[in-house]
Structures are given as C-alpha cells and as structure tokens.
Design a protein around this ligand. Structure first.
Ligand code: G3I
Length: 361
C-alpha cells in the first residue's frame, strides 16, 4: 500500500474519548473502555514504519495481520543476503529473495533490502577465490550487479555495506572483501549498486552507534570518505539494537550526530532487549517501562529530524516470539519488541504509537 494517507491523528487518538463523552451527554456512564490497541502505526507516522520479516512467517495469520495493519515497509530479515543467494558453486539462486520481495509487493509495502556486502556472511564461493584478485574482483562485481539489478525499481533502498566498523572502535573490519579488494571495496560496492539500480537509496548500516561514540565517529568518517570519493552514498542506517537498562539521551545524541551530514537516516533494526545490559534488582514490569521510554525517545528523536532526512523507522520484528534475540542459542526469555508473544500491544507499542502521532508533519 502506498505510504498511508494520514487520517487525522486527532480523530484517531481522541475517538474513544468522543464516544465516552457522547455516553455522558446521554446520562449513561461510559463503560470503562478496554485498553484499545494503539492505532495502526503506519496511519500515525509521517514517514514509513517498517519491520523485518521472513517469508514463512506469512503462514502465521496473526503475524500477517499485525504486519499488514501496522507497517508499510518491509526489510527481509535474511532472505536477500548473500547466505540466501550465493551458492557454494558460485551460482546465484533467487528463490528466497524473490519470495520475500513478492511478500512486500503483494501487500503494497515498500521494500528495503539488506545487505549486499557484510563481513559476517560466510561466502564459500568467495572463499574459493581468496587470493585470486582478478577473479575475485569479477565475482564481486557480478554479484552486486546481479542482485541489486534484479530488484531494480522494487527495492526503495539497499544496505549496500553492513557493519563496516569494528566493535572495538579501532578501525574497519578486515574481511575477505577487504583482503582481496582493499578498503576501496566499500566505495566499489556503492558504485556497482548505483550502476545496477539508478534510483535505490544506498545505505551504510551499523549497530551500537548509540552506545559507542568512538565507533560512531569512525562510521561518520567512513561516510565522509565515501562522499568525498563521489560514491553514491544516499543514507545512513543506525540499527538501534538497544538495551532497556541504558540511560536515556544516548539515542537522541546519536541521531543528532548521524544527521549532521544531511543524509537521510534509517533507524533500521530497532529493538530493546530486556535481558542484555545490567538490571540490578529490576523486575520485568520495570524493564518493560524502561523499554517503552527508550522506544519513545527513539521515535521522538527520529521525528525531530527534517522530513527529508526521515527515510524510515524500522523495528526488528513484530512479536517477542519472532525476535532474533528470542531464537536459539538465546533462551527465548528476552522481550525486545513492541508486541508480546501473544501479539498483544506492550507499553512499548503504546509509547511508539503516541510518539508517532505527535511527529511533526
Ligand atoms: O529459517 C531457515 C531454515 O529454514 C533453514 O533450514 C536454515 C538453514 O541454515 O536457515 C534458517 O534461516 C536462518 C534465519 O536467520 C531464520 O532464523 C538463517 O540460517 C540465519 O542465518 C538467519 O540469521 C539472521 C542473521 O541476521 C544472519 O543473516 C537473523 O534472522 C537476523 O535477525 C540477523 O539480522 C542481523 C542484521 O542483518 C544485521 N544486524 C544484526 C542483526 C541480528 O544479528
């Protein structure tokens, strides 16, 4: 569906009150309204609201309903990555990415694709070319042109390079790509993605930028290097995998920093762990309250960006049971998302909706 036209948020948020007032006017006490679900997120926000998904989740009616109701952008959780496409013998198999791209297009959802180049992707076909620079370069070019080219006109944006900065903030990751092609493999990826798709917004995407200012500085330094080299860097993705025990203010500071280059920003993978981090004698209810406060801060800080810099705000999953943080080897007790395992709106979902509704148009 096209980015939803915005029903008057006042109507959306005050309708229950109007009904109650109506009852009072007739002298009948309004029945205490059950805690209504928040209004659909995509009808409240003046920018795309996304989530990640996998094709097989569409077999779950509750997941499919929550997805269609609340979100107008979809990021494939893994089915457009090298691990799903590049076969051991070097062939490209598009069965999985085509399936997840069809999920988005059949639902009229904007597709944000992730990711073309990621040091963490075990790519046996590239490993087989390790050290054969010329053949490696040809394979790298062919991969990016084929994958980004296939979704030309369908992917609104691509995470061209994912997580380039080392988590120790000491530099950029050494990978099979940097070893064979040098640090310029990052610029090369952007030029190749643009050659394949003249319109997609091309992103650098990174995590822990909220909690590691030194990593954020290196990330911005890389972005400036790309821009200086004339690379078609079109946006910055901050994954925003947060922890409920963290102090407020860091997200706001990070988004302000990231926006300083003037590029569109994608909060690309928002979740708020209620397990990671330090919780001294903090019960689950308080953790969920702190989670809601961080979600509110993230929406408010993103909404405060100039409209041209608000690419999208994406959460990394729908219900707690869908979360990658709840999957093995994790023990399933983390509750990082907006809806609980039963698909019920949590305090974080209400905070998310209320902050979206107040976003400046
Ligand atoms: O579901 C298939 C199963 O059918 C198949 O038999 C099996 C074979 O390996 O794979 C299963 O898919 C797994 C998929 O998660 C669903 O669980 C993939 O192996 C596994 O690699 C994939 O992991 C994803 C991971 O990135 C690596 O791609 C996670 O879902 C996804 O949440 C995670 O997302 C990353 C972002 O891209 C970058 N930021 C960090 C974030 C969390 O690690």
């Amino acid at each position: 569906m096209p980015h939803a036209t915005h029903l008057s948020r006042r109507a959306l948020l005050t309708a229950p009150l109007a009904v109650a007032a109506g009852c009072r006017a007739q002298g009948t006490a309004a029945a205490p309204a059950a805690r209504a679900d928040p209004a659909p997120f995509r009808t409240l926000a003046p920018f795309p609201v996304g989530t990640c998904a996998m094709s097989d989740q569409m077999q779950d009616p509750q997941f499919a309903a929550l997805l269609a109701t609340n979100f107008d952008q979809l990021t494939p959780e893994w089915e457009m990555k090298m691990e799903a496409i590049l076969q051991k013998d070097g062939r490209l198999d598009f069965t999985l990415p085509d399936a997840i791209a069809a999920v988005a297009s059949s639902r009229g959802m904007r597709l944000h694709a992730t990711t073309l180049v990621w040091h963490e992707q075990k790519a046996p076909a590239f490993l087989a070319l390790d050290g054969q620079t010329t053949r490696f370069k040809v394979a790298y070019r062919n991969y990016i042109l084929a994958v980004a080219g296939r979704y030309r006109g369908r992917a609104a944006g691509w995470d061209v390079v994912n997580e380039p900065v080392r988590n120790d903030s000491e530099g950029y990751y050494d990978s099979i790509f940097s070893r064979n092609l040098g640090p310029a493999h990052i610029e090369d990826a952007f030029f190749l993605a643009r050659e394949a798709d003249p319109k997609a917004v091309l992103f650098l995407n990174e995590y822990n930028l909220e909690y590691m200012p030194a990593k954020r500085r290196l990330f911005l330094k890389l972005a400036e290097r790309l821009l200086k080299a004339g690379a078609p860097l079109g946006g910055l993705g901050t994954q925003s995998h947060l922890v409920a025990s963290s102090r407020l203010g860091q997200v706001t500071e990070s988004l302000r920093d990231l926006a300083s280059l003037g590029l569109p920003i994608h909060v690309s993978e928002l979740d708020v762990s209620t397990k990671e981090g330090t919780y001294v004698a903090m019960g689950q209810a308080e953790r969920l309250t702190r989670q809601a406060a961080l979600v509110q801060e993230t929406v408010e800080a993103f909404s405060a960006l100039p409209a041209a810099q608000r690419y999208a705000l994406t959460v990394w999953g729908v219900r707690d049971k869908d979360a990658w943080k709840a999957r093995p080897p994790n023990d399933g007790t983390d509750q990082p998302l907006l809806f609980d395992a039963q698909g019920k709106a949590k305090p974080a979902a209400r905070a998310f909706a209320e902050a979206l509704a107040k976003a400046p148009r």
